[in-house]
Design a protein around this ligand. Structure first.
Ligand SMILES: [Mg+2]
Length: 297
């Protein structure tokens, strides 16, 4: 049963009967992948208890990595926003912009229908970046990479879709149709991607959660000499089952659902993908993981 409010964490039985664990052994978890929007904050306003929860998870010896489909912000802006609420995060944020950039070959000429984070990741990849302002020629691009940008308009839609019709590959940073804010859901990058895909008459390839390029970014960042990334010792925490839960399944990790973002406290969720922990918020996740560890010491 889902927990609909603050209180003790509820362990939900593993729904995959083929799982090697007949119950979730949270003590094995040494790596925490944590979504940002709807988990840590709502539009950079911290969710109650989230900052303390991250500190508690880190104090227990676990590695905490932030995994966001927000592609618009520069890497330093993600880290700075976390540090502004009291969460040190240098080198600990991976975004769907980084994942989408993996789908582009170095040296490619890329039209960016997205924010500064997309352009940054593509330049780091070695691509030639042209930002779509709705006035340029749509010809000669190898790829169009799409993310959330608030100046998206009809002219930008026309140029981006024409570039795809002229042969560019359509790449999405993510397909999240909305993102949560303190004043409700706002249109996400997935809504812009859907518009361009519709106008271009094609299906995009996607980099961010729940797709494989994001898994490759995480493995690259977390692999360390003598300590390779082990998805079976990892939990993905997120507020969106079809994104965060599906990504956990792709990785082969556990999934903790929090109901502090797009999934309302009283919402009914699908049986797939499986949810290993269903709690109100990040504080509930930390209470489960850390208290389990402490009891076993
Ligand atoms: Mg989220």
């Amino acid at each position: 049963m889902p927990s609909s409010g603050p209180g003790p964490a509820t362990i939900v039985s593993v729904q995959d009967p083929s799982s090697p664990w007949d119950r979730v052994d949270w003590d094995r978890i040494d790596t925490v992948l944590c979504d940002l929007d709807g988990v840590v904050w709502l539009a950079h306003e911290p969710i109650a208890g989230s900052v303390e929860a991250i500190a508690r998870l880190r104090a227990s010896g676990r590695r905490v990595m932030f995994v966001t489909n927000n592609s618009a912000s520069l890497r330093a802006a993600h880290e700075g926003a976390l540090e502004a609420i009291g969460v040190p995060a240098t080198g600990d944020v991976v975004s769907s912009a980084m994942a989408a950039a993996l789908l582009v070959e170095p040296g490619s000429r890329v039209l960016v229908a997205g924010g500064p984070g997309v352009a940054e990741a593509l330049r780091e990849r070695g691509a030639e970046v042209v930002v779509n302002d709705g006035t340029g020629s749509p010809d000669g691009f190898d790829a169009v990479v799409v993310g959330l940008h608030r100046d998206f308009d009809y002219d930008r839609l026309a140029v981006a879709s024409s570039a795809v019709r002229s042969g560019a590959v359509l790449i999405g940073t993510n397909t999240d149709s909305t993102y949560p804010t303190p004043s409700g859901l706002q249109p996400g990058g997935g809504s812009i991607l859907a518009a361009i895909a519709a106008a271009a008459g094609c299906t995009p390839v996607v980099g961010g959660k729940p797709h494989r390029p994001m898994a490759e970014v995480i493995a690259h960042v977390l692999d360390a000499p003598g300590r390779p990334f082990d998805a079976t010792r990892t939990v993905m925490i997120g507020d969106r089952p079809e994104t965060d839960g599906a990504f956990a399944r792709l990785l082969g990790s556990r999934f903790a659902l929090v109901r502090s973002g797009v999934t309302a406290p009283d919402a009914t969720i699908e049986a797939e993908p499986p949810v290993d922990l269903d709690v109100a918020d990040l504080a509930g996740v930390a209470a489960c993981l850390v208290s389990t560890s402490e009891q076993r010491q």
